[in-house]
Design a protein around this ligand. Structure first.
Ligand code: BGP
Length: 482
């Protein structure tokens, strides 16, 4: 391929939204298995079995006991448990992506397939073998695998026993996971993401903490920083050529007006957002961190060695999601999570109210490259829409083609005109998968339609959409169809 599109083009997914097979391969439970992922209107109960054979039942935010053997029945269907069954369709899925000409597949490892409770000494061979099959299948077609080591989840056992990342012991559990993965995949996998969207996704399913107060959250996040830095240090020892990043949600938030206080609100929002990557890419806490901690009366407990670990374990590249832009206003109250939802009168939105803003991706590429001068990877972008298949299951998703076309043009400008170094682009959910925010199938992102509804009905057969053929041509023509 020629410059400027000499970069990876691929598809991205997360284990709990894509994989299914949650009872198989000796997989332990993860936090996501017992929560409703924000869809509070659809609370569900899970029936579980205890070691003595008795059954119990739990509801939203009422986690099952730590020593439960597993879920035996869901009283309300929950698609994340079965997702779109990549577990049994991986060969077919990877072939479809390869036929399109993609050169990368980003996927998440389910921690409990490797260590079912997080505390075992030896990894679970069945789990490692499953992911090795996936990696080998990618390599067979010349597709570079990119692994997200931890995509917004952790073993339920660690959440129940230690209150998740609020306990420093989680660092050792995570490093043990990394070691098992690096040992198995060295020489096969070069690109790794230590964590996903830490900067906007916190709370029980992501950090395993029951308390969402600032002290618990920021302390837990400090432990995640140390874990990520240790993973990077270990990776360099075990796989000198490896490239490590982490994924940050990086939608721009424009000041809502030119009022100077809106500009200050913008700055406060960007600091909340970049707090995470500033530590993980620069190797130390930024000066403004203290003012945020003061605001929340937070004191971070650190060990003396942490300073050196953070310094040594900086990431090689910045990877991010960018789906939309928002606006920030001087009257907004910024929480720990800095994700304002201000409306922008200049932009149209998706059915889920996410403003469509192709320029935002060029803006973010420039903003981040200015800040770190490290290579960038766009690892999530795409359009969540309601697709209407015809009687042959064909979806004529011209709206998705328009979205991708416009975003790719802006990426091209960032590369060609602004000289930003972009390593690649992986679209979210190239094969339709379960939505994180709604827990439904209705919100689809893919180039490939999966025949399954919100209740899990359907054949789970895969059908290329119009955007599949458009993307194939885009790759074959090196972007000449834009
Ligand atoms: C990101 C997550 C993904 C994914 C995506 C789209 O925050 O990393 O896991 O789901 O958003 O979100 P949704 O599925 O809610 O449309």
């Amino acid at each position: 391929m020629n410059y400027p599109f000499k970069m990876f083009w691929g598809s991205a997914s997360a284990d709990f939204q894509y994989e299914g097979g949650f009872h198989e391969g000796n997989r332990g439970l993860i936090t996501h298995d017992i929560v409703t992922d924000g869809s509070h209107e659809r609370p569900r109960r899970i029936t579980y079995q205890m070691p003595d054979g008795t059954l119990g039942s739990s509801a939203y935010r009422d986690p099952i006991p730590a020593n439960a053997i597993g879920c035996v029945h869901e009283d309300v269907y929950y698609p994340s448990h079965h997702a779109v069954d990549f577990y049994h369709h991986y060969k077919e899925d990877i072939k479809l992506l390869a036929d399109m000409g993609l050169s990368m597949m980003r996927f998440g490892i389910c921690w409990t397939r490797i260590f079912p409770t997080g505390l075992e000494e030896k990894p679970n061979e069945e789990g490692l073998q499953f992911y090795e099959n996936v990696v080998d299948e990618c390599l067979k077609y010349g597709i570079e695998p990119m692994i997200t080591i931890c995509h917004d989840e952790l073993p339920l056992y660690l959440a129940n026993t230690y209150d998740g990342w609020s306990d420093r012991i989680l660092i050792d559990c995570y490093v043990k996971l990394c070691k098992a993965l690096f040992e198995r995949f060295k020489g096969k996998v070069k690109y790794w993401l230590t964590f996903n969207e830490l900067n906007v996704l916190q709370g029980f399913s992501h950090l395993g903490t029951r308390n969402s107060d600032a002290q618990t959250t920021w302390q837990a996040i400090h432990h995640v920083f140390i874990a990520s830095a240790k993973a990077k240090i270990l990776a360099k020892e075990m796989m000198p050529d490896a490239m490590l990043g982490a994924m940050f949600a990086t939608s721009p938030a424009y000041p809502s007006t030119c009022h100077p206080d809106d500009q200050m609100a913008w700055m406060a929002q960007r600091r909340r957002l970049f707090y995470f990557s500033d530590v993980m890419l620069r190797g130390y806490y930024p000066s403004y961190a203290q003012s945020i901690w003061n605001e929340y009366d937070v004191v971070i407990k650190m060990k003396e060695e942490d300073v050196d670990i953070l310094k040594e374990g900086t990431l090689d590249f910045y990877s991010f999601s960018c789906y939309r832009s928002t606006t920030v206003d001087r009257n907004d109250k910024l929480g720990i999570i800095a994700l304002p939802f201000g409306k922008n009168p200049y932009l149209k939105s998706t059915p889920w109210g996410w403003p469509i803003d192709p320029v935002s991706i060029r803006y973010v590429l420039n903003e981040v490259y200015d800040r770190y001068q490290k290579p960038l990877f766009i690892v999530e972008n795409g359009l969540g829409e309601v697709d209407q298949p015809d009687e042959n299951h064909y979806v004529n998703d011209t709206y998705r083609i328009a979205y991708l076309n416009d975003h790719f043009l802006e990426i091209k400008k960032a590369v060609e005109i602004d000289h930003v170094e972009v390593l690649g682009y992986t679209m979210w959910g190239g094969i339709d998968l379960v939505s994180l925010s709604t827990g439904e199938m209705k919100k689809r992102y893919g180039w490939i339609y999966v025949d399954m509804d919100d209740k899990g009905n359907g054949t789970k057969n895969r059908y290329p959409k119009a955007s599949y053929y458009w993307m194939k041509e885009f790759i074959q023509s090196n972007g000449n169809n834009l």
